[in-house]
Design a protein around this ligand. Sequence first.
Ligand code: 5GP
Ligand code: ZN
Length: 114
Amino acid sequence: MNSCVFCKILAGEIPATILHRDDQVAVIADISPQAPEHLLIFPVRHIPTTLDLTADDDALVGHIYRVAAKIAGEKGFAESGFRIVNNCNADGGQTVWHLHFHLLGGRELSWPPG
Ligand code: 5GP
Ligand code: ZN
C-alpha cells in the first residue's frame, strides 16, 4: 500500500482542496499555510525528491512552473509577486517525500529564508 500523503490525496483517500489537476500535475491548498496564498504543486507520478528527476522529467518540471504561474495569475497575486520553493531532503526542510513545489504569495516574503 502506498502510504504517501500526496498519492493518497490523488487517490481520493485524504480530502484536500484541489485547485488544478491534469494528467501530469496537481495543485492543492497547503493544510498549514505559511502565507495568505500557499499552494502545493506536485507531479501525479510519485517522485520522491528533486534528486530523483531525470532528463525525461524536463518537460514535467517546465509544466509545473507554467501551471504555477497560471494559478498565480488566476488567483490574482502574480503581479504583486510570489515565490516557488522546493525543499529537498532533511536540511532543505522536506517533510513529504513526494516531490512538490510550494507556491507562496499574497504578502511580502522575507529573504533570506530561515
Ligand atoms: P515540505 O516540508 O515537504 O517541503 O512540505 C510539505 C507540505 O505539505 C507542508 O507545507 C505541509 O503543511 C503540507 N502537508 C502535509 N500533509 C498535508 C495534507 O495532508 N494535506 C495538505 N493539503 N497539505 C499537507
Ligand atoms: Zn506519492
